[in-house]
Design a protein around this ligand. Structure first.
Ligand SMILES: [Zn+2]
Length: 91
């Protein structure tokens, strides 16, 4: 699986309030998020949706049900678990 991690304009997770300034893109190359794109908070695993103003909001329950079927969301959860494990091993 090809992933790229890079710095982006920071956003704040609306659930855990952690500042997120890095993005891991699943797929080739780099891609900046567009409104409607989905991301996962690597701290609390909240499913988030980019908004028109460049911030993120919590996914609605309907969106979460829909996303649960998407293999990319499962991949994001695996990556988030790896990121948390790496953080824990460095502390
Ligand atoms: Zn969070």
């Amino acid at each position: 699986m090809k992933v790229n991690t890079y710095k982006v304009e920071p956003v704040t997770c609306p659930r855990c309030l952690m500042r997120m300034d890095g993005l891991t893109h699943i797929g080739p190359g780099m891609a900046l998020p567009d409104p409607g794109d989905v991301t996962l908070c690597a701290y609390c695993e909240a499913l988030l949706v980019y908004t028109d103003d460049g911030t993120v909001r919590l996914a609605t329950e309907d969106e979460q049900v829909e996303m649960a079927m998407d293999s990319r969301v499962r991949t994001m959860r695996v990556l988030a678990a790896e990121i948390r494990a790496n953080r824990a091993s460095r502390q």
